[in-house]
Design a protein. Sequence first.
Length: 343
Amino acid sequence: MNDSSYKYIVSTSPHVTCRRTTRSIMFDVIIALIPATFASFLLFGLYSLLMTLLTVASAVFGEYLYNLIRKKPHTVNDLSAVVTGLLLGLNLPPTVPFYIPIIGGIFATLVVKMLFGGLGKNFANPAITARIFVMLSWTVAMTTFVKPVDLSLGAHELVKYFDGDTVTALTSATPLVSLKTGGTSASALDLFLGRVGGSAGETCALALIIGGIYLAIRKVIDIKIPLIYIATYFVITAAIYKDAAVAGAGILSGGLLLGAIFMATDYSTSPDTPWGVVIYAVGCGLLTAIFRKYSSMPEGVSFAILFMNVLTPLIDKFMRPRPFGYVRPKKPAKEKKAKEVQA
């Protein structure tokens, strides 16, 4: 047979082929986020859904704009920008002004993702970094929460937060405020179903767990990361407060489940070595517990994951297994310097 019939491809490792594509993986993540998105609509009405749609649209626009300016092939079809927008929208309070999700979505993709080389090259999770950015920029709006709507009063409850005056009489402290002092202001059932104040997509633990189970079944995420993350947080928090009930309530409160399942598991910002994954997840859980207890703000998930994202390259460097058959070269002996004797 003529050698010209063969096609030789030279590429770097890993030399593994798989039918799964980036688009299919991102599509699975979108499906997994549908329960949390639907729950945010039922809990906080149409305005929270509009905020999520704005973050998705602005995230897609930010990526499209970067590729347009740089005259590069458009990459919005891989759906990663849609996932980023969804995650950011679910991390926002349900009554933030409309310009916050727009700016946050553009910042997430254009700055955090594309300026660092695009998908797989970003140093931190874009949604988390954008959330921290808008929180530091508009702290009051990002820390003002409202009570869930009461659908028993009628369908008009779904549009109540379209009124601009939502932060005067309807503000509600999240359960994390009471947990910080070792108390619980909501029942376990309310926390599980999301009948508490908080960001739009983080309150309903049931919806997030359903999404996590789907991703685990589809083998989209490394299930060890959320499990170790949550277990570490539970152990450390129970030790700090000497109360397992407070630690359990902390798991169901705030953004811990949303962060552990959907953001700490980001491929490009989490370690790819077995022991690196363990160190990374333990670090996320430990820092979350410490930040929630000792920082000036009750929530610490975003800062904990961002900090461990930054450490991921260093963790992989020291945890990467030695290649089979590799022998570490011996260090050359230092030459002994002759001592000079002064007369």
